[in-house]
Design a protein around this ligand. Structure first.
Ligand code: 5GP
Ligand code: MG
Length: 178
């Protein structure tokens, strides 16, 4: 693991090592293996940030499961619908399915709280959220993850799929702003 990483004007220092990440992701995968046995869950990975976490989590599964990836698009709705976040690339029917949303990080919770109604509208049997990171100190919206790899303090991080302005996603370990 590099001592520090520079991206543009910022310096990031080592935070969570890849081995620690791998063992937490395996623990979450085994909890899902137990909870979702015979439920054939459909994972929905939210791009771009979750692609590495999703790949590792999915390979930890021994149950039957499907995975698909979506992008979120955000726009301002009417005064009654407020902030709307809709899925791009969601072709599967969610009706009656057990859905597990895979997200990189819940910061304020704004994105997921605006997106969840879109999922519930499609009448799934159940919805759970698996998230790599949460920042409890930054949470402002009513969103709760069912599976969380790490709870971290409210500081910007990169690596393991998370970027700073497009870069840093390829770092195998997680780094924190110095
Ligand atoms: P929320 O809607 O929960 O406030 O924000 C979620 C999004 O903000 C994440 O999906 C991610 O794109 C971005 N984000 C929040 N905190 C961080 C962070 O520490 N590092 C990176 N790379 N992205 C973050
Ligand atoms: Mg994201």
């Amino acid at each position: 693991m590099a001592d520090s990483v520079s991206i543009y004007d910022k310096t990031f220092v080592p935070f969570i090592k890849k081995d620690a990440i791998a063992s937490r992701v395996k623990e979450i995968a085994s909890a899902i293996n137990t909870a979702y046995k015979d439920k054939n869950p459909l994972f929905l990975g939210i791009l771009n940030g979750s692609f590495i976490f999703a790949a590792d989590l999915f390979r930890g599964l021994s149950i039957d499961a499907e995975i698909s990836f979506i992008k979120l698009a955000s726009y301002k709705g009417t005064s009654t619908t407020g902030h709307v976040v809709t899925a791009i690339g969601l072709e599967e029917s969610l009706k009656g399915r057990h859905i597990i949303i895979i997200e990189d990080i819940i910061d304020t919770g704004k994105t997921l709280s605006a997106f969840l109604p879109e999922i519930y509208n499609r009448q799934p049997a159940s919805v759970a959220i698996a998230v790599f990171l949460t920042k409890p100190g930054a949470l402002k919206y009513d969103v709760k993850a069912d599976y969380t790899a790490f709870e971290i303090e409210d500081k910007f991080v990169v690596g393991y799929g998370l970027d700073y302005d497009g870069y840093g996603r390829n770092l195998p370990d997680l780094y924190q702003l110095a």
